[in-house]
Design a protein around this ligand. Structure first.
Ligand code: G6P
Ligand code: MG
Length: 214
């Protein structure tokens, strides 16, 4: 039996918001005079906004209060949201859309499992509002990846056990979360190199070639 539910991470899997995260964090880090580059940005994949800020502030000489950190994170997000308005349905690739449609035609239920609190805005910008059978995101969790909470909630929203669902991820922290939650996983990009990924994929549409061993 193939998986009843497929849970997709959003950033880096369904769409590519990395460049916007980078630009918004870079401007924010420059403003507080903290060094930031693409290598540090890669460490932020799949990690919540506040946890991302903690990683960025590893390079800071200054200690920040909780309120100051919240203000910095807020400002980053305002910059990020402005950049997200550049996104449109054209940013959804035909490969991703056709693969999702085919999986659905095969009878799979599709969900989002993303740490982002901007998930609904991004789905709207991509023309995918209302497309998924369930959306679990940064607004309904208290612990971000590598904790499995976001995927466990997605499975619960779909009404399936983790063993009936496949998680699709681009982040190493996302594969850790899938493993911790008892899910099989498919990895694209860096996640394909994770030692515990069930199916390393070369490209998103390889999802259609997966044959589940049972
Ligand atoms: C995704 C991205 C992370 C980002 C996180 C929170 O998981 O891969 O880089 O930090 O979402 O995003 P948010 O939109 O809530 O700031
Ligand atoms: Mg991701």
């Amino acid at each position: 039996m193939f998986y009843k539910g497929i849970i997709f991470d959003l950033d880096g899997v369904i769409c590519f918001t990395d460049k916007y995260h980078y630009e918004a964090w870079k401007e924010t880090a420059d403003e507080i005079d903290v060094y930031f580059d693409e290598v540090i940005n890669n460490r932020l994949r799949g990690i919540s906004r506040m946890a991302s800020l903690e990683i960025i502030l590893e390079r800071s000489q200054k200690e920040y209060t909780k309120e100051e950190k919240e203000k910095i994170a807020y400002e980053k997000n305002e910059r990020y949201k402005k950049l997200l308005h550049q996104m449109s349905p054209e940013d959804l690739s035909a490969e991703v859309k056709d693969t999702l449609d085919t999986l659905r035609q095969r009878g799979c239920k599709l969900a989002i499992g993303s740490s982002s609190r901007n998930t609904k805005l991004i789905l709207e910008r991509l023309g995918l509002k209302g497309y998924f059978d369930a959306v679990s995101d940064g607004t309904n969790i208290t612990r971000s990846k590598p904790d499995p909470e976001v995927f466990l909630k997605a499975a619960e929203f779909l009404g399936y056990a983790p063993s009936d669902c496949l998680v699709v991820e681009d982040a190493l922290a996302g594969i850790d979360a899938a493993v911790a939650g008892g899910f099989d996983s498919a990895g694209v990009g860096e996640a394909a190199t994770h030692g515990k990924v069930t199916y390393p994929l070369k490209t998103f549409s390889d999802l259609l070639k997966i044959e589940r061993d049972s």
